[in-house]
Every structure is written in C-alpha cells, then in structure tokens.
Design a protein. Sequence first.
Length: 139
Amino acid sequence: MDLEKARFNMIEQQIRPWDVLDQEILDLLAVVKREQFVPQAYAALAFVDMETEGNAATGWAASAPYDVICISGALPCVPASILSQVKVGGRIAAIVGALPAMEAQLITRVSETEYKTVNLFETAITPLIGAEQPSRFQF
C-alpha cells in the first residue's frame, strides 16, 4: 500500500469535502503519520473513514512515556495504567465521568507519584469502549 497516496486521498476525498479548508490544518494532516497511532494490524486502515477495534482504554505502554495523551472517549475515571504512561511534566486531556455530568480535565504529571488535575468545562461524549470501570456499591 502506498501510504503517501492514501494520506493524499484522505485529505482530498474525506477532509476537504467536510469543508475543512484551513491550509495549516491540511498541511498538518499531510505530515502527521496517522499509521503510527493505531495498532500495527490496523496501519492500512489509518486513512479509512471508520472506527477500528484497537483497545485504547489502557493506552499503549510499549511506546510510553508520552509528552501528551489525548483520550477521545469518556472514561469513568483515568486509570493508573494511563496515568503512568505520561512523562513528568506531561499532560493528559480526558473527559471524565458518566452521563449526564462529565468534565473535561487537564491532568499534569508533576512528579513520579503526583498529578495535578484541572477541571476545564462540563460536557458529554461517547464513552470509550473497554474503559476500566470503578467498583460500585451493590445491594
């Protein structure tokens, strides 16, 4: 598969038709290696307009630590498995909570064991499939 041709086609046949016309955005899409952000088995699908089944709910520890982690689905809480994958000084952007009240959070790792969390705004998005669920009281 010609990845550069696939990247070009994605921009011209998927992104531009959605009225994304800002040249800076289009230029970034041309250089960002999307195939590096999916499991190897899905690299050929990195440019397809569809959801893939890769379980991102626990992150990708094999390539950690990261400067920034952006989680694109809601989590009931940010699991330790993801917190541990960001560098000291690194940040995690996450939507945390359950419907109807979720918070956009910016979590900064301030030391090997400490994190600072800032609640940015309330929102509601689709939950991340496979997310770790907190223990709950049961009768």
